[in-house]
Design a protein around this ligand. Structure first.
Ligand SMILES: NC(=O)c1ccc[n+]([C@@H]2O[C@H](COP(=O)([O-])OP(=O)(O)OC[C@H]3O[C@@H](n4cnc5c(N)ncnc54)[C@H](O)[C@@H]3O)[C@@H](O)[C@H]2O)c1
Length: 444
């Protein structure tokens, strides 16, 4: 394939080397002439394992050319990979100076390209804040080219996952390939380029692809910080942090797995909140800073606050709770976020009725009973055994039960104009809305 690569830093230079190694004809573009000279001399513009030998090899192959002329690069190729830098601005925002300038050049280049067999494909590989390709770069390129995305040319986003220090190995064995595209044509082109790699090839929307790159980096930073905060606390307690983290990683059921990584309502229950509080206290006692661990409960409260705000924003007074315990299938009410929410709403003078098939007042014992008696002293009057009755007497339903029978009952009994605040991502939202009820997800 004939490929132009814009920006020959770590990502662009490694891509240029690997793509030409794999037999493609590559035109490298950079505004920094010294990088272009190095590449033409068979030298690497970045320090990376394996790049010295690979650059010598590909420069000698005759498949690599370089230029500062974007128009020429677009004219001579069928696909452009954009790898310019997107550093932090002083205020923390993304400095898009380079990519905006480049979008103008690419727009003019596509405009000048004239009629050809295939529409040009532009693949943004720089990390870009979600919405940049469709809301910022597309209008610039369409305006300056006088042509239309999705018709005359195609813009798409493919996040880059290589790590400096092992980038050639990562290029050849990425965790996966993710392509955000609005059209099959650019996705097929990228499959032709990267489909042979030993990993999944996943297609998604442009915005999801932009966002998931941030999620990946944030998750990596979170994991490192988790290990380091744990290590600081371990050191203060005379425990071997390597042994502890190794044991933590041995659990591939709950720890190193998909578990707990699905968006939902706030967490609660008799373990997580109390153990986080004890951890923060332990750290304080030993003068150990664990700002990330200490902030988790605040974040959880902010999440609970979304449900509170949604109920208050409805302006209604008769509120039905579908679910009360801290998770579906248990009667444990201790530190249930739904109990906290109920407490807050009662505090605002709202009228509540509650359905939870697992919660039977007469059977609540010990700490569980004491907890609910302290937080919801009149729970006996709120609890109803009949879900249909709760639906009938409520203007707003807070749905916190993940149960197929509940979903069916909601679809059967909810009425027009009734509002549902969905904390579980209702699988039958369409059926409920078809009855005229309004469903608002927590953040979905
Ligand atoms: N470095 C990494 O490990 C890595 C990994 C994944 C993703 N990324 C993302 O990839 C992007 C590139 O990162 P990098 O580390 O390779 O950047 P870099 O700073 O090393 O290189 C960027 C290059 O773009 C060139 N450039 C700037 N404006 C240009 C223009 N108008 N035309 C052509 N070239 C231009 C610069 O001269 C420079 O050579 C960033 O968005 C980064 O967040 C980087």
């Amino acid at each position: 394939m004939k490929i132009s690569i814009f920006g020959l830093g770590y990502v662009g230079a490694v891509s240029l080397a690997c793509l030409s190694r794999d037999g493609h004809e590559v035109v490298g573009v950079d505004i920094d002439r010294s990088k272009l000279e190095l590449i033409m001399a068979g030298k690497t513009p970045v320090v990376e394992e394996g790049m010295v030998e690979l650059m010598q090899q590909v420069a000698a192959s005759g498949r690599v050319r370089v230029t500062t002329d974007a128009e020429q690069a677009v004219a001579e190729t069928e696909i452009s990979l954009v790898c310019v830098g997107t550093p932090s601005a002083a205020n923390g925002s993304q400095d898009q100076g380079a990519i905006l300038k480049l979008a103008e050049s690419i727009g003019r280049a596509i405009g000048a390209k004239g009629a050809k067999a295939e529409p040009h494909v532009v693949v943004f590989r720089s990390t870009l804040v979600p919405g940049t390709v469709e809301d910022v770069l597309r209008p610039i390129i369409e305006k300056l080219s006088g042509k239309k995305d999705g018709v005359d040319f195609h813009l798409c986003f493919q996040p880059e996952f290589l790590r400096e220090g092992s980038s050639i190995r990562d290029y050849d064995k990425p965790p996966f390939t993710v392509v955000g595209a609005n059209h099959a044509f650019p996705a097929e082109k990228l499959k032709a380029l990267f489909g042979h790699l030993p990993c999944k090839f996943l297609e998604t929307s442009v915005r999801s692809a932009e966002m998931m790159k941030y999620c990946c980096n944030n998750f990596h930073a979170l994991k490192i910080t988790f290990a380091n905060e744990t290590a600081r606390l371990c050191a203060a307690l005379g425990v071997d942090p390597f042994e502890v983290m190794d044991l933590v990683c041995q659990d591939t059921q709950l720890n190193i797995s998909k578990a707990y990584l699905k968006p939902g309502f706030a967490f609660g229950g008799s373990c997580l909140p109390k153990d986080l509080r004890a951890t923060a206290y332990l750290a304080k006692q030993r003068d150990v800073e664990v700002p990330m661990l200490a902030a988790i409960l605040d974040s959880n409260e902010a999440h609970l606050g979304l449900a509170f705000d949604a109920v208050m924003a409805s302006g209604k007074r008769r509120i039905g709770f579908v679910g009360l315990s801290f998770k579906t299938g248990t009667d444990d009410l201790r530190e249930s976020p739904l109990v906290t929410l109920a407490e807050q709403l009662i505090g605002k003078g709202l009228q509540l009725s509650v359905y939870d098939p697992e919660v039977h007042l007469a059977q609540l014992l010990g700490a569980n009973r004491r907890y609910v008696e302290t937080h919801l002293p009149h729970i006996g009057q709120l609890l109803k055994a009949d879900l249909a009755a709760v639906i009938a007497e409520s203007d707003v339903l807070v749905v916190g039960l993940n149960d197929a029978r509940v979903f069916d009952a909601l679809a059967a009994h909810c009425r027009p104009e009734q509002q549902l605040i969905d904390l579980v991502k209702l699988p039958n939202r369409d059926a409920i809305e078809a009855r005229g009820a309004r469903v608002a997800g927590l953040c979905w």
